[in-house]
Design a protein around this ligand. Structure first.
Ligand code: B12
Length: 214
């Protein structure tokens, strides 16, 4: 099986809720020397996207969504040890959270795994995170980057609110702000004064890496 077929198999194992098969397939992909990073970003994340589409098409319901998340966690147990970055020095600290009113965290968690693999230290603020908590993270943890996720159009304004509060606290110049989630566009990022919008997790990781290069 070639790389694409193996990555498809990983995606299908997640989309098909294959609890028994996922770890074996991940191991097979690792044995075939596919980078762990790719297994997560092009296999698992793709699988979760398919699950999202099935949910929207009423083929899957909440129980399947939860099950898919568990299958992904099982797969990560096999892949995660290989994700550990070679650098001992951490690249930087990032506070990640899903904004207030929004409970979607599957995408944020994929981003978190990949950022960690890229050498970043993650302060995961969880879901339903009010603006003040992001501000606190900058003060208390000295994070250099804030990553906000929103999947609902009605919670997108919370991103703008967070940026406003960062400005009010005099902290806006101390951090870079990246936003992501299905409804997020570069135009929206520019409008609310964020530094960047990520198309997907890999794009987000590359943007964060470019910020800490100097
Ligand atoms: C799973 C899901 C849920 C699950 C969430 C479980 C969980 N723990 O996350 C449950 C069932 C709980 C749920 C609830 C609701 N949901 Co919902 N949900 C989805 C669904 C099907 C998939 C989302 C997903 O996980 N995708 C897979 C991940 C991997 O993709 P992703 O999130 O886009 O993330 C990627 C990128 O966007 C990016 N990214 C994301 N965040 C960030 C952040 C940073 C910093 C960076 C760099 C990158 C990044 O990287 C990720 C990987 O590449 C979507 C539809 C869809 N197809 O998107 C609807 C969807 C988002 N939900 C929707 C709605 C309406 C709701 C509810 C209001 C439903 C209801 N009536 O109760 C509630 C709201 C609950 C709340 N307050 O948040 C709507 C939103 C409509 C809108 N435009 O606002 C959608 C679009 C479905 C639809 N078409 O109607 N939902």
């Amino acid at each position: 099986m070639n790389e694409k077929e193996l990555l498809d198999k990983v995606a299908q194992a997640i989309a098909g809720l294959d609890f028994d098969g996922i770890q074996g397939i991940c191991q097979q992909a690792l044995d075939a020397k596919i980078p762990a990073y790719k297994i997560v970003s092009e296999g698992m994340a793709r699988g979760m996207e398919i699950v999202g589409q099935k949910y929207e098409a009423n083929e899957y319901f909440l129980s399947e969504l939860i099950a898919a998340g568990e299958v992904m966690k099982d797969g990560l147990k096999v892949v995660q040890p290989y994700l550990k970055s070679g650098d001992i020095k951490k690249k930087g600290k990032i506070a990640l959270g899903t904004v207030k009113g929004d409970l979607h965290d599957i995408g944020k968690n994929v981003v978190s795994v990949l950022l960690e693999a890229a050498g970043f230290e993650i302060v995961d603020l969880g879901v339903d995170v009010p603006a003040e908590k992001f501000v606190e993270a900058v003060k208390e943890h000295g994070v250099q980057i804030i990553g906000m996720s929103a999947l609902l159009t009605i919670t997108m304004p919370e991103m703008e609110n967070t940026i406003k509060q960062l400005k009010q606290a005099g902290l806006r110049d101390k951090v870079k702000v990246i936003i992501g989630g299905a409804p997020i566009t570069p135009e929206y990022a520019a409008k609310i004064g964020a530094d960047a919008a990520a198309r997907d997790a890999v794009d987000g990781v590359n943007i964060c890496k470019s910020w800490v290069k100097a």
